[in-house]
Design a protein. Sequence first.
Length: 360
Amino acid sequence: MKDSQIKIGIIGLGRMGRFYLDEMKKSEKWNIAYICDVNPEVRKEAEGLAPEGTRIVADEQVIFEDESVQAVGLFTLADQRLSQIEKAVRYDKHVIAEKPIADSIEREWQAVKLVENSSIIATVNLYLRNAWYHHVLKQFVESGEIGELAIIRICHMTPGLAPGEGHEYEGPAFHDCGMHYVDIARWYAGCEYETWHAQGMRMWSYKDPWWLQCHGTFQSGIVFDITQGFVYGQLAKDQTHNSYTDLIGTKGIARMTHDFKTAVVELHGVTRTERIERPYGGKNIDVLCDLFARRILEGKLSPDLPPMRDSAIASGYAWKFLQDATMHALPAIGDNATLEEIRQRRRTMTNGYGLLKHFK
C-alpha cells in the first residue's frame, strides 16, 4: 500500500499540525514518512501519535533532502514559512501550508512568486472554501434564487484566542482569524475589494485591536460588512458565540449559522424555501488533504484547492483593514488585570493544545 501513497513530511506538530496528522492517518492516500518539531517534548509526544515507520526528527532539512519525500506540510508559525517554501521549491516538494504563508505581506508575495514560478503544487488552508455550507449558499446564489447578490454580511465573534497566546507572527485577531472571512467574502463577490472603512476596539487596553468591524464595497458594487473578534464573553459563566453568514439579494436571501457542532443553512428564494442542518465540519482538514492528494496523484487542476495567491490577497486586505482602523478613533476599554484573568481561565479550560475546545 505504501508504494502507492504520497510520501509526506509534517513540519510542526502544534494544534494545527495534529489536525493534519489525524486526518492523514485516516486516509489511504498518505504515507507519513516524517514528523519534525524543534520541541523535544512534542517529539516525545509524536512517538505515540505517529504511524508505524514514521521518523521523528528535529531538523527539517532531513525531510527536504530525502528525495523520496513528495510533499511537505508546513504547520509551524508564519515567521518560518517563507524559508520552508523556498526549500520546498529548491527540493521539488509539493506544499500544503497553514495561513498566512509568511510573516509580512512582502514575504507572502515572495512565497507566491516562488511557487508560481515552479512546478510544485502548493495550497493553503483557507478552510471556509471547503465548508459544505458555503458551497450550498453559493450554489443557491448562482441559481438566481435571490436575484442579484447585493450585500454580504459575515460575523464571527467568540471567546477565543487571547492576546499574547503565541500567535504574534500571525498578527492581531482580525488578521490571524479574520483573513478567513475577508477571503470568503471575496469568494462570494467574485471580484476585488474597492472601498472600506474599519472601526476597531482595543479590548482590555491591549496594544492591538482584538475586535474589528469593516464595511465597504467590491468593484462590482456589492456591499460587505465583516465583524470579527475574540472578545465575546471570555469570563461569562456559560460561554457562547455569534457566528453567521448573511447573503442578501435583490429578491431573496441565504444565510448560515453554526454552534461549532451543527451548521444550519436557511434558503429563502423566489421558488423555494429550504432549511438544511448538517454537522459543522470544523476546519475541514480532511477535505483539503483529499483535494491536495488528488491534485498530486492526478495532476489535474482543482478550482476548490485554494492557491497561495488567494491567501496573500486575503492577508493583504486584512492588514489594510486593520491599518484603516488605526486611522480612526481606536478606543481602549478594560485593563490588563482582566486580560490576565481571561488567560488564566483559558489555561484551566483548555483541550491540551492551549486553546478552548470549540472557541478557537
